[in-house]
Design a protein around this ligand. Sequence first.
Ligand SMILES: Cc1ncc(COP(=O)(O)O)c(C=O)c1O
Length: 411
Amino acid sequence: MSTNKYPLWLGYMDMPSFLDNPITIVDSYGCTVIDSQGIEYIDLSSGIRNVILGYSEERIVKAVTEQMKKVTFVKGSSFGNEPALELAQEIQSIANISNPRMLFHNSGTEAVEASIKLIRQYSYLNNTNRNTIATLKNGYHGQTIGALSASGEEYSKEPFKPYLNGFTFFDLPQNDGDIDKLEFILKKDNTIGAIMLEPILGNGGVVEISEKYLKAIKNLCLKYNILLICDEVTTGFGRCGEWFLTNQLEPEIIIGGKVLANGYLPLSVVIVSEKIWKVFDEKGSFRHGQTNLNHPVCCACGLETLKILKEIDAPKLSLQKGEMIQTALQSLFDKRLVTSVRGKGLLWAIEFDSNIHKNHKTHKWLEKALLDKHFIVGQIDNIIFIAPPLIVNIEHINNFINMLGKCLEYE
Ligand SMILES: Cc1ncc(COP(=O)(O)O)c(C=O)c1O
């Protein structure tokens, strides 16, 4: 037996520097997590954009505990279960997809993977070769080889070649010419059966596709008989001011996750329109299932979360909090090196001049400096991300801005 003192691996983390001063989170409340030294951190990332109600939702804990006492597990590909069905009914009332059916998974990545499989089997059952999916060049869809192959973000992807075939990429539409280019791609490649997109590129820097261009993409889908998959893992369930930003498009698939179970248990959803599932009903069942499909305890967690989100009108509240954040962040424009502040609801990016890294060994230095000042934020390249929970208040934001100013003082 070996004696490795820290046999835990933190994924993306630079482990040698983490192990210089490892932080272990042992407690939490509201917007705050507490480490084993008793240090309190304001979590302006709400976990990884999932803990939207904060860390103290007793109602969810109770709902999960009660479900665990009733039935802890149901084989999802053989039986229905009450919380999963009720959750699907609740989601049906906020998702603009006609006669939907839903599959519940453990992560956004798995829901993306299931959507890729749906498109492929749909094409197979229809006896066509339309199994290619067109996705955005800067998009992010998750971590499995399938989801990575569908993503444009090179940093996560690059080491994992060879990628899966069956994906083609298009530019983020920012002008009419980009839509013409997309049409050219769709016209030329008749294997394209679906377009998958995030309405706001989350990891891609909180860049929004305008309503005009979302509609233009939908029109191209209708013109070329292409299915539309909207990946709302980050934007869905009220984080960005609507239940789903793409409801107006009536997509054939919406993918949700993160906020759905408030990060208390792993849960994601694929919402599928009748147009797709009826082909499976007629021609062959979906060859897909995994141990935790439609997990009753995770779905009970999601059900209680969604009930609370509906009671407090989460989309409206996130917009109100977003306005408060936007007003406060305006002051950052006085700071040298800040080049852009953008966001919607409770998803924000603060972009810096790329010179910001010049005096530092790691490009994550600012995230680390803010952590040292007890604020948890995200950083990719020269962008700091904040995605606070709905319970965030102006004091949290002003303190953060103050600390950010201090971290930038000597740059
Ligand atoms: C748009 C989008 N899709 C998919 C995923 C993957 O979700 P998960 O990390 O739960 O696997 C993410 C995660 O950030 C995401 O933002």
